[in-house]
Design a protein around this ligand. Structure first.
Ligand SMILES: Nc1ncnc2c1ncn2[C@@H]1O[C@H](COP(=O)(O)OP(=O)(O)OP(=O)(O)O)[C@@H](O)[C@H]1O
Ligand SMILES: O=C(O)C[C@@H](O)[C@H](O)C(=O)CO
Length: 337
C-alpha cells in the first residue's frame, strides 16, 4: 500500500503527455560520433519510452502528443499501436514540422551523450485544444514531462492537462526530464518547472534536475530532504530524487524517507535508466504496492534497459523484471566487467 489514491473504474491506467521522437543509437559503440557511421532507429523521447515501459508491464496506456506528418511520425504511431498503446489522443502535426532526432554516442559505459536535432519539432506544437478533458478524466494517472514545458503552445497544453487532471482526480506524476538545449534560459526553466510541480502528486527527478529547479533560490544547502519537503505544502505526496548508479530516495508527505535499492548491470549505455525506472516505479504505485517495492521494480527495469542497446525496445515485461530480481538475489548474476 502507498499513500496515493488512484480513481477506480477508469478506461486507462496511465497517459503520458509530451514528446514521441526517434532515437538513432550508434551501432559502433565505444567510439566517438565522428567515427560512427551506422545507427539503429528506435522510438524515443522520455515520455514515449515511459509509455512503452508501462504498456510492456501490462498497464492500459494512452499517449497525448503531436507527431510529424511524415514517415517518422507514422513509424512512431505504428510502434505504439503494435505495443498496445492507445493512440486516439495523438495528433498528426501540420506539414513543416519534423520528428525530433536523438543521435546517441556510446563512447564507454560511463561516457555516453546525446546529440539532439530538435528544430521545428512537432511535439512542441501540441496545443491546449489537443488535450481532451474526457481523455484525462478517463485515466487513473497522467505523466507530464518537463521538456513539454519548454515552449508554447506545448507549455500551455501541459497546464490545461494539469487543470483537467486536478479537476477529475487523475493522479499527476511529473518527470522533470530536463534537456537544456530545449530551453531559452535557466530562469525560464526554473519558473515553469516550479509552477508545474506545485500541481503534481508525484515528482521524480535527478539531483541535478532539482538543482536546476532551485537555481534562483538563495538557500545554499541543497539536500534531498530540503528539496522534497518544499513540495508537501502543495499537492505532492511523493518526491523521488535519483542519484544515478548510487540509487534513489523517496520522500513522502507523511515524513518517510525510503532508500531505493539498485541492481547490478552489464552496462551498454547509461541513458534510458530514468525512463525505465519511472515505468517500473509508477506501475508499482498504480498496483497499490508500497513505495519500496515500487522503487525496486523501477531499479531492476533500469538495470535491464541500460544493459541493452535501446531505451524503448528494451523496456521489460513484468516477468522479465521479476526474473532479473530473482537472478540478482540468487547470486547467479554474471558481471562481464
Ligand atoms: N550504472 C548503473 N547501474 C545500476 N543501476 C543504475 C545505473 N545507473 C542508473 N541506475 C538505476 O537507474 C535509476 C535512475 O538512474 P538515473 O539517476 O541515472 O536517472 P536519469 O538520469 O533520469 O537517467 P537517464 O540517463 O535515462 O536520463 C537509478 O536510481 C538506479 O536504480
Ligand atoms: O528523451 C529523449 O528525447 C531521448 C531519449 O529517447 C533517449 O533515449 C534518452 O535519453 C532516454 O533517457
Amino acid at each position: 500500500m502507498n499513500n496515493l489514491s488512484f480513481p477506480a473504474g477508469r478506461a486507462l491506467d496511465f497517459i503520458a503527455l509530451g514528446r514521441a521522437c526517434v532515437d538513432l543509437n550508434a551501432n559502433e559503440i565505444h567510439r566517438p560520433m565522428e567515427d560512427t557511421v551506422t545507427f539503429t532507429k528506435y522510438v524515443g523521447g522520455s515520455p514515449a519510452n515511459i509509455a512503452i515501459g508501462m504498456a510492456r508491464l501490462g498497464m492500459c496506456t494512452g499517449f497525448v502528443g503531436r507527431v510529424s506528418d511524415d514517415q517518422m511520425g507514422r513509424f512512431i504511431v505504428r510502434y505504439f499501436e503494435r505495443n498496445g498503446i492507445d493512440t486516439s489522443g495523438m495528433i498528426t502535426d501540420r506539414p513543416g514540422s519534423v520528428t525530433g532526432l536523438a543521435f546517441t554516442e556510446i563512447k564507454s559505459k560511463d561516457d555516453c551523450s546525446i546529440l539532439m536535432y530538435r528544430d521545428h519539432a512537432a511535439d512542441l506544437n501540441l496545443e491546449p485544444r489537443d488535450v481532451e478533458e474526457s481523455y484525462i478524466a478517463n485515466a487513473k494517472a497522467l505523466l507530464i514531462s518537463g521538456t513539454a514545458l519548454a515552449k508554447s503552445p506545448s507549455r500551455e497544453a501541459v497546464f490545461v492537462a494539469l487543470q483537467y487532471a486536478r479537476k477529475h482526480g487523475t493522479v499527476v506524476l511529473f518527470d522533470l526530464d530536463y534537456r537544456p538545449y530545449t530551453w531559452a534560459s535557466s530562469e525560464e526553466t526554473a519558473v515553469y518547472y516550479n509552477l508545474a510541480a506545485a500541481q503534481c502528486d508525484v515528482i521524480i527527478g535527478t539531483r541535478e534536475e532539482f538543482d536546476q529547479m532551485e537555481s534562483f533560490e538563495r538557500h545554499t544547502v541543497k539536500d534531498d530532504g530540503y528539496t522534497a519537503g518544499k513540495w508537501f505544502d502543495h499537492h505532492a505526496r511523493i518526491v523521488v530524487i535519483k542519484h544515478g548508479k548510487d540509487g534513489s530516495f523517496a520522500f513522502t508527505k507523511e515524513g518517510e524517507r525510503i532508500e531505493g535499492t539498485t541492481f547490478p548491470a552489464n552496462v551498454v549505455k547509461t541513458f534510458g535508466a530514468g525512463d525505465s525506472y519511472a515505468a517500473g516505479f509508477i506501475h508499482g504505485l498504480i498496483q497499490g504496492w508500497d513505495i519500496a517495492r515500487s522503487m525496486e521494480y523501477g531499479a531492476a527495469g533500469a538495470s535491464i534497459v541500460i544493459s541493452n542497446h535501446s531505451c524503448s525496445d528494451a523496456m521489460p515485461t513484468l516477468a522479465q523484471v521479476e526474473d532479473y530480481i530473482a537472478l540478482c538475489r540468487s547470486g547467479r548474476f554474471v558481471s562481464q566487467s
